[in-house]
Write a new protein. Structure first.
Length: 167
């Protein structure tokens, strides 16, 4: 077996492509461990560091994941960015059950919020609700639904509402 020189020299370096993996978190959730893929599958002499601008407090949306700092002898390193997607957190708003006496004024209708994260409050997220009922001071004894006249549109949350009962 003989090696024949055909007039082509070996490349000065090979190409190592480092691609940041796409990640998904829920609003208010912990930042994921950022990972990457290598092509070809070789072990870098100095592994890359990957980062994103997204945090647990970042609003719903997409954020770039970038890697840098890798080295491999004999290789030129190229990077491909990934995407971190922040999805809405689940939020349940429940109309609080109330009661009143026959002939009494309808009590103040209130709601409770379950699932707020990042220190969010109904006032902070603009999530005040308007509740309504068909009951009046002259309504007969019975139970009446407490309904949502409006449910807030909160971009960082997927809102579910639960009716209450006025007795």
């Amino acid at each position: 077996f003989a090696l024949v020189d055909v007039g082509q020299s070996a490349p000065a370096s090979w190409l190592l492509i480092i691609t940041a993996d796409n990640e998904v978190i829920t609003y208010g959730g912990a930042a994921p461990t950022l990972r990457y893929s290598l092509s070809p599958s070789v072990t870098p002499d100095t592994p890359p560091t990957c980062a994103t601008t997204a945090t647990a407090a970042s609003p719903v949306g997409t954020y770039p994941i970038t890697c840098s700092g890798a080295a491999k002898a004999g290789y030129e390193v190229t990077y491909v960015s990934g995407t971190l997607t922040v999805n809405p957190a689940p939020l349940t708003i429940i109309a609080d059950n109330k009661s009143m006496g026959l002939g009494s004024t309808v009590p103040l209708l209130t709601a409770s919020y379950f699932g707020l994260v990042n220190g969010d409050t109904p006032a902070v997220v603009g999530g005040s609700v308007e509740l309504a009922t068909n009951a009046t001071a002259s309504s007969p004894v019975g139970t009446y639904d407490i309904t949502f006249a409006n449910a807030p549109a909160l971009p960082d949350y997927t809102v579910t509402t639960v009716l209450g009962t006025l007795t």
